[in-house]
Design a protein around this ligand. Sequence first.
Ligand code: NI
Length: 180
Amino acid sequence: MAVRDILLMGDARLLRTAQPVTQFDSDELHLLISDLLDTMLAADGAGLAAPQIGVDLQVVIFGTNARNPRYPDAPPVPKTVLINPIIMPLVASLQDLTPVEVEDWEGCLSVPGLRGLVPRYAHLRYSGFDQYGDPFERTVEGFHARVVQHECDHLIGKLYPMRVRDFTKFGYTSVFFPEL
Ligand code: NI
């Protein structure tokens, strides 16, 4: 168990497409998840992906039980270990087959001190495995859906600034949210 260094934007290891996990319930995997949790908690993060600590595997963790000082208005998201994830955007109705997108503010522990307004799918279903290799699936919306998309983006080498459309809404947390 250890708090690991978080890689910062510009590091080429954040731009890789992560490898799927093939061995579940191993000492190595449990240690990785323990390190991810320790590192996320130490940084008050809402989520963390293995590539952010330099590990090239499709493993993310996320969750906010108590009020998170980095996201004080966010509703709680269950503590989750998600491995080899698949995300499926859901359409709002069969009349309109375009998945609904919503914009909201995001930050990232690999992009410290900054926030940006990022479009994400509003409703989605995601599936994957826990650390024991047990499959699970959830249908979510809102902040939970946003966190999943943000973390899974780390597994395909995408950081949220690459998703920002309106760069007038990308800048320093201290300017946009001086209370944080
Ligand atoms: Ni991030």
